[in-house]
Every structure is written in structure tokens, then in C-alpha cells.
Design a protein around this ligand. Structure first.
Ligand code: GLV
Ligand code: MG
Length: 338
């Protein structure tokens, strides 16, 4: 987890404090709900108690004729709900849509004191973040908010991927990035038709064990998103913000969902989106360090003393670099325990 961040400049003329500490909170899952769906909205207080982040979705998956109802629904829910330690986020409509200006204006004015992060979809470059940053600064100043609302960008176009580094560093408001595999697949003209996860055709075969090429081969499905996640993780680490895997649309396939989440966790992501309550528990399990890994990390850190030199533990050489990896594990365990 990253250390508290520091704003080095006022966010708006007249902003109360030029330096603002942003605490890092557990962020293992971003749980999506549709604020225009009354049944779902009624469950928000219960769900909020179980998740690290709850997000009122205004973008894709909300029908055109329900866009305003979703925005107003989110305002109503936010006003009457105590979210406790759970973060409240929203995903606004894309910057080229007819709804986003009202999304931002209404939400910051009405519930800006409750909103932690605004997720911006289909971000293509730093200019998109600069636009949102300036608008938020103006709206926050007008609403008299004393806490900056952070920004999270979804990487879901080829252009956004090409510009991932400048997006990650575009503003001190940047909280993190998510991979949006469904839109990204379309933008890249991949030949998938699903929301995240693998594809049964994307395989590698092992070498045959005999000259008969049909014999003795096994296959393993590859992670379609490995390259993208790794690029996103590097950009986030370089700019001290948090990377997330996005949605996994096959709700029934809990095994593949867990595999995809775990691949993302091992590559450096702190969390993933959950689209259904069943995915909340998967994310909690996957993005919390395994107690055996934590115990091992403790042994290594203790054995390394001041961190210099090398030690042998269970026949394996450990040094400064493995000690640093162990500290990452221990930091995460500590942050989640607090
Ligand atoms: C998410 O928005 C995606 O497109 O995968
Ligand atoms: Mg999308």
C-alpha cells in the first residue's frame, strides 16, 4: 500500500489547506450497484457494511432512459446512508456523453462531502483528467468542500493504454486505475465476446512427448490480460497510485473469476470490481495476503535484521530484494488489519 499522499498545491483558489493528507484504506473490491434499481438500492446499507468500496454506477449497464433516475437515486441513497469506513465512489458517464456534466455538477454539489472517488470511464489521455480536475476544483470550491474528491480512471481504449503513464500522473487527485477488459477488447478489435477473464481458445500447448504430435500434449489457458495489467501496474507504481483489475462478467464461473483476480493480485493489483455479492467474498479472499505468506515474510524480515547481506531460509537465499518483497506483504497485512 502506498504511504499517505500529499497535495503540493491548493486544489482551487481559496481552498482551505494547501496540503492534504489522503489516508490509504483497504480497497480489495469496488462493488458496483445500479442506483436506479430500487431493489438494489434498498440493499446498499447491508452491502456497504461488507465491502471496502461501494460504487453507484451511472455509466454502461444503465439504460439511457434511466440515466437521470440513477443519478438522483445515488444522491438519495448517499444522503440517507452512513457508509462508516466504506468508501463511496461513483462511475460517471464518459466525457463525450450528454450526461457527464450534470453527473459531476449534481453529485459534487449534493453529495460531495460523502463521495471519496469519481471513476471516469474511457479516459484517453492526460487532457481528460485535467478537465475533470479543473471542474472538480471549481465545484468543490463552490460547495465549500474541505476534502478533495479523488479521481480513478478506467483504461478501456487502445488510446488510453498507449497513454497510461501520462494518465497515471495527470493530477495529484489520481487515486488509481482499473482495467476495463470489455471495452478495451472492442477498442483493440480482439475476438472475444465476454466481459473479462480468459477465452477457451487462448492457449499454449506443451511439447509432445513422442513423435506422434497428437499424443502427450497438455494445454494451459493463458491470461489474456497479462500484458495490460503489467503495464497498468508499472504506471501506477511509478506514480504512487493503486491498480485494480476490472469486471468479471461470468458470475456463475467462480473458479475462473478467482483465477483472474489472483493473477491480477500476484501482478500487483490491490483489488477488482465485484458485480455480484458472490464476487465480494472472492475478492476479499484473493486480495488479502495468505497467512502462510505473511508468516514467511515475517521470518525473512526478522532474519534479515538491518536488511543488508543475505541469509539462507529453508534452503533459499534471501537478501535485500526479497526482504523488500516481504515488507510489501507485511504492509498489506497490516493495512488490512487496521
Ligand atoms: C468496463 O467498463 C469494461 O469495459 O470492461
Ligand atoms: Mg467499459
Amino acid at each position: 500500500m502506498r504511504p499517505p499522499r500529499t497535495f503540493l498545491r491548493p486544489l482551487a483558489v481559496g481552498a482551505p489547506a494547501p496540503v492534504t493528507e489522503i489516508p490509504v484504506k483497504p480497497s480489495r473490491m469496488i462493488h458496483f450497484f445500479d442506483p436506479s434499481n430500487e431493489k438494489m438500492a434498498a440493499k446498499v446499507p447491508d452491502i456497504a457494511a461488507k465491502v471496502d468500496i461501494i460504487l453507484g454506477n451511472l455509466e454502461d449497464a444503465i439504460k439511457t432512459e434511466m440515466k437521470e433516475a440513477a443519478r438522483q437515486g445515488l444522491v438519495d441513497i448517499a444522503k440517507k446512508t452512513d457508509f462508516g469506513e466504506t468508501q463511496l465512489w461513483t462511475r460517471v458517464n464518459s466525457l463525450d456523453s450528454p450526461w457527464v456534466l450534470d453527473d459531476l455538477t449534481t453529485l459534487v454539489t449534493e453529495i460531495g462531502d460523502k463521495l471519496d472517488v469519481i471513476m471516469v470511464p474511457k479516459v484517453e489521455g492526460a487532457q481528460d483528467i485535467h478537465y475533470v480536475d479543473r471542474l472538480l476544483a471549481q465545484l468543490e470550491a463552490r460547495a465549500g468542500l474541505d476534502r478533495p474528491i479523488l479521481v480513478h480512471a478506467i483504461l478501456e481504449t487502445a488510446q488510453g493504454m498507449v497513454n497510461v503513464e501520462e494518465i497515471a500522473g495527470a493530477s495529484p487527485r489520481m487515486q488509481g486505475l482499473s482495467l476495463g477488459p470489455a471495452d478495451l477488447a472492442a477498442s483493440r478489435r480482439m475476438k472475444t465476446t465476454r466481459v473479462g477473464g480468459g477465452h477457451p481458445g487462448y492457449l499454449v500447448r506443451t511439447d509432445p512427448v513422442s513423435d506422434d504430435l497428437t499424443e502427450g500434449r497438455t494445454t494451459a489457458q493463458q491470461d489474456l490480460w497479462h500484458y495490460t495489467i503489467a503495464r497498468m501496474v508499472d504506471a501506477c507504481a511509478a506514480h504512487d497510485i493503486l491498480p485494480f483489475y476490472g469486471p468479471f462478467g461470468d458470475i456463475k464461473d467462480v473458479v475462473a473469476c478467482e483465477d483472474q483476480f489472483r493473477n491480477a493480485y500476484l501482478l500487483g493489483c490491490v483489488g477488482a470490481w465485484s458485480l455480484h455479492p458472490v464476487q465480494i467474498d472472492i475478492a476479499k479472499k484473493v486480495f488479502s495476503p495468505d497467512p502462510a505468506d505473511v508468516a514467511h515474510a515475517k521470518r525473512v524480515v526478522e532474519a534479515m535484521g538491518d536488511g543488508s547481506g543475505a541469509v539462507m531460509i529453508d534452503g533459499k537465499m534471501e537478501d535485500d530484494a526479497s526482504c523488500k518483497q516481504c515488507l510489501v506483504m507485511l504492509d498489506l497485512a497490516k493495512a488490512l488489519a487496521e
